[in-house]
Design a protein around this ligand. Structure first.
Ligand code: ZN
Length: 126
């Protein structure tokens, strides 16, 4: 009977460990840091999708997750501008060269409106 009690206790112990293990794995601490420098942790299920933002309990600002979760792309991704499209085709260096070239043509009087042309000879009125 003594032997049986021992075995029962051991089994119970193992069972308890298993339960603790499951409980441990089922939750996670997710850290957040708000723009004001407040840091806090939220306990949530590991199955839950970790929110990128959480309201700071101290100041109410939107705190960003410190676990590397970023706000969804579609909310953050800016619209593609004409400038972005231009940069896909030309480097900044190329654009500078083109700008310089066009400015020389403009100032030389070859392109653009007359009021932007530089006088070819010295100042007449001076
Ligand atoms: Zn805060």
């Amino acid at each position: 009977m003594g032997e049986r009690t021992l075995r029962g206790a051991r089994l119970g112990g193992q069972s308890f460990e298993d339960e603790r293990g499951i409980e441990f794995a089922a939750r996670q601490q997710v850290g957040y840091a708000c723009p004001q420098g407040h840091k806090f942790e939220i306990t949530m299920s590991v199955e839950a999708e970790v929110p990128a933002l959480w309201e700071c309990p101290k100041c109410g600002a939107e705190a960003l997750s410190t676990s590397g979760v970023k706000p969804q792309e579609k909310n953050v991704k800016p619209a593609r501008t004409h400038w972005d499209m231009l940069l896909e085709r030309r480097s900044i260096k190329e654009l500078e060269d083109i700008l310089t070239e066009r400015l020389e043509l403009l100032r030389g009087g070859e392109i653009g409106p007359a009021h932007l042309h530089r006088p070819r000879k010295g100042k007449k009125s001076a």
